[in-house]
Design a protein around this ligand. Structure first.
Ligand code: FES
Length: 159
């Protein structure tokens, strides 16, 4: 084999190696960019569904310092992904219930003066102790939860 042919083969082999290296480099960079862009999008889109699933499985909520809620008043808190109502009645009873109206899903509120739970959307009224639907369009009562006062905290749990 002549010296010229050997030199040509060496050049050709070096060119092939360089091309292979460049292709691998470009492939690695493309994979890196896809991961860098794709992962945050995946995380953003999957988080609400994941959070909703986690929130739906919550069966107990600890409300720090809620035992200081004055008698005759109420507070709204999140039970999982839904709002709920904690009422400290004037007679000292504690009642917690779902705060989502069973009519069309508005958030209800406690009315201290009338001692009732009221939905301002269409005038639905619920009993503030039992959660029974008393008047207006709500077709079902509000779900009532178990309440336990522990020191300064209140623990609300699904029965
Ligand atoms: S949504 Fe509450 S009364 Fe209609």
């Amino acid at each position: 084999m002549s010296e010229f042919v050997k030199e040509q083969e060496a050049i050709e082999q070096e060119t092939v190696m360089r091309r292979t290296f460049i292709r691998l480099g470009i492939g690695a960079m493309a994979t890196g960019y896809a991961a860098a862009i794709g992962y945050p999008i995946y995380a953003y889109l999957s988080t609400p569904a994941k959070r909703a699933a986690e929130a739906g499985s919550i069966t107990e909520v600890r409300l720090e310092g809620a035992a200081k809620l004055p008698a005759g008043s109420a507070m709204v808190f999140k039970f999982g992904h839904k709002p709920a109502l904690l009422i400290h009645h004037r007679d000292g009873r504690w009642v917690a219930m779902d705060a989502v109206c069973t009519h069309l899903g508005c958030t209800v509120q406690y009315e201290t003066d009338n001692n009732r739970v009221f939905c301002a959307c269409h005038g639905g009224v619920y009993d503030a102790v039992t959660g029974e639907n008393i008047s207006g369009p709500p077709p079902k009562p509000l779900s009532v939860y178990r309440v336990e006062v522990k020191d300064a905290n209140v623990v609300v749990a699904k029965s």
